[in-house]
Design a protein around this ligand. Structure first.
Ligand code: ATP
Length: 285
């Protein structure tokens, strides 16, 4: 279960956008410790009240986040039940990685991207060890706490999964191609720890190719065809990285590597040979 946060301890600021079923606001939380009141910046994720059937799943995501504690996982303060269900979580200053990559993609060095990939794999290794499936990994879910500049590394936090894919319609799942694991699309009972490895592979591809995922703009029938024909994303020019992505995006789930093995492979990649390549993006797109 999660910590319950009283509505009168929250201040609401500007709207930052929305998720599939949520509205997102910046806010503050007033926290009384003994006689002192502290004000902390928070992120308020409000579940859209018109989607009653998803509320349970949203609260389940909150419950999962309240059981975990890792430097690369977003911290959940608790949930406020004030008419709507509101997730109160730490505010991650620089927002989502996909937006950052789209803005600064060509200027971001490979070493920076590798740091981000490693930090994400540390968080996912932690979840794997605990037997927790995230179920919604993409660069949209990777938040930038520190951009890192002048040699200082970036610092990321993986966001909560939001509403579980188990309550999404087939259309919504199709929309998540190529991040959603193929086995899950055909049989919703097949969501497993292995599914997160597929999504991680797609996210790695996204990170290193600069934040644009061509398949995501295809019409639904073409996306489904991509999976039916067991196609792969175009191979990145960095061969070792392309191999790792290929292993994560194996159509047979049990052949995908563990996050421990993924970390080992990422640690063996040396960026210096690749920094001179101005373009790491796929050769044939
Ligand atoms: P989904 O649509 O996958 O169900 P969701 O409803 O849980 O997702 P997110 O995708 O997590 O919503 O959040 C939407 C956007 O809000 C993100 O892309 C990011 O820009 C911003 N955001 C989310 N969480 C935070 C946070 N903790 N700090 C700062 N910005 C955040």
């Amino acid at each position: 279960m999660f910590h319950k946060i009283p509505a009168d301890s929250l201040e609401w600021h500007e709207n930052l956008g929305h998720g599939t079923f949520t509205k997102i606001y910046r806010g503050s939380r007033l926290d009384k410790v003994e006689r002192e009141t502290h004000k902390v910046e928070v992120l308020l994720k409000v579940m859209d009240g018109t989607h009653q059937n998803c509320i349970e799943s949203f609260l389940e995501a909150a419950s999962i986040m309240s059981q975990v504690s890792h430097q690369h996982l977003v911290l959940l303060h608790g949930v406020c039940m004030a008419g709507d269900s509101i997730m109160v979580q730490e505010f991650v200053r620089w927002g989502a990685l996909d937006t950052h990559l789209r803005k600064c993609g060509p200027l971001v060095p490979a070493s920076w991207k590798l740091q981000v990939a490693k930090q994400l794999s540390y968080a996912l290794n932690y979840l794997e060890d605990k037997g927790i499936i995230h179920g919604n990994i993409s660069s949209k879910k990777v938040l930038l706490a520190r951009k890192g500049a002048g040699g200082s590394p970036p610092f990321i936090k993986l966001s909560d999964p939001g509403v579980s894919p188990t309550v999404l319609t087939k259309e919504m799942l199709t929309d998540r191609i190529p991040w959603v694991a193929p086995e899950y699309l055909w049989d919703t009972k097949l969501l497993s720890l292995e599914s997160d490895k597929w999504s991680f592979g797609a996210t790695l591809w996204e990170i290193f190719s600069g934040g644009t995922m061509p398949i995501s703009t295809l019409e639904p029938a073409k996306k489904l065809q991509f999976y039916k024909e067991k196609q792969q994303l175009p191979a990145l020019k960095w061969t070792e990285l392309a191999t790792l992505i290929g292993q994560c995006m194996e159509y047979t789930p049990h052949l995908r590597p563990s996050f421990r093995a993924i970390i080992r492979d990422l640690n063996s990649l040396i960026t210096s040979d690749y920094e001179l390549l101005s373009d790491l993006s796929p050769s044939a797109m």
